[in-house]
Ligand binder design. Structure first.
Ligand code: F6P
Length: 321
């Protein structure tokens, strides 16, 4: 078979390790691989290039994606997808491997539904918000990047007896905020899935000051409004008169060398995607569930929302006393 592989949506550290695993696993089984550059945009612009064993040398340690990536709004239209399919057919691509998040999987699913091309998704996003896998590629690296920043902020927060609000990524989900918050010893964690009243945060800060805790770290997912940490700081100032410093980590969390865990995950999932296509699976996503490779229909993956763990949110409150 001739597979087309592409990365799409927000980049995530470990995507290169996944591309490498796809290429090398496929070639070891006598398939060939075409790299599609710039996601769906490149599918439309015929940005195709064959990837050989050496094309993916020396990329396992690199963040970002050597195939580049894009968010392609026009792919929501059936006529655009038809053009993409014609381009794939012209290049004699038999099946697709899509490395990306939920939106990218929806594009792959639509291509499959309309043109019957087999597709397999590999979950790659720092948000970890993909149903059908315990972890997505990039989440571990982003968590550790944010954590390193928090550890540094903690030094200065402690020295000045200050409150800091650290804003992490996560538009719709708070997986990153939750893990970073617990591992970073945050006083409170704001996640998009749950409303947390500023009054409550202020009274917890006041209680901890009474107990002798003079500095605090609050972790907030950006939610629908990157920069919301400034609004929170202002709300805290209005309620308590206390100044809260703000640090927005932003795209720093998307870059950098992938952790060993992300490289392992990406290597396993890249190989699993090739095996899945070679054994006739199609329109599924590969994932890791309780340490085993799992295949879940893309329909199920895109119609279910992975839930944030309430028990961990509660634990964060218990531990931050
Ligand atoms: O989906 C990954 C993600 O990093 C989200 O956490 C964030 O909200 C979004 O992408 C930012 O997207 P962009 O880089 O396109 O601004």
């Amino acid at each position: 078979m001739r597979f087309g592989v592409y990365t799409s949506g927000g980049d995530a550290p470990g995507m290169n390790a996944a591309i490498r695993a796809v290429v090398r696993s496929a070639i070891s089984q006598k398939h060939s691989v075409i790299g599609i550059y710039n996601g769906y945009e490149g599918m439309l612009a015929k940005e195709f290039q064959e990837l050989k064993l050496r094309s993916v040398a020396n990329i396992i340690q690199r963040g970002g994606t050597v195939l580049k990536t894009a968010r392609c709004a026009s792919f929501h239209h059936a006529e655009t997808r038809e053009q993409a399919f014609l381009n794939l057919k012209e290049k004699e691509i038999d099946a697709l491997i899509c490395i990306g998040g939920d939106g990218s999987f929806r594009g792959a699913m639509a291509l499959h539904a309309e043109h019957k091309i087999p597709v397999i998704g590999i979950p790659g996003t720092i948000d970890n918000d993909i149903y059908g896998t315990d972890y997505t590629i990039g989440f571990d690296t982003a968590t550790n990047t944010a954590l390193e920043a928090i550890d540094r902020i903690r030094d200065t927060a402690y020295s000045h007896n200050r409150i800091f609000i650290v804003e992490v990524m996560g538009r719709d989900t708070g997986f990153l905020a939750l893990d970073v918050g617990i591992a970073g010893g945050a006083q409170d964690i704001f996640v998009p899935e749950r409303t947390l009243a500023v009054d409550k945060v202020v009274s917890r800060i006041e209680d901890s000051v009474k107990r002798g805790k003079l500095s605090s770290i609050i972790v907030a997912a950006e939610g629908q409004k990157p920069g919301r940490a400034y609004d929170l700081a202002e709300a805290i100032r209005k309620k308590s008169g206390q100044e809260a410093k703000v640090c927005i980590l932003g795209h720093i969390q998307r870059g950098g060398t992938p952790t060993a865990r992300d490289r392992m995950l990406a290597s396993a999932l890249g190989a699993a995607a090739v095996n899945a296509l070679a054994s006739g699976f199609n329109c599924h996503a590969v994932g890791i569930v309780r340490n085993e490779v799992a295949l879940t229909p893309l329909q199920e993956v895109t119609s279910n929302k992975k839930s944030i763990r309430e028990d961990l949110l509660n634990l964060s409150q218990i531990l931050a006393t």
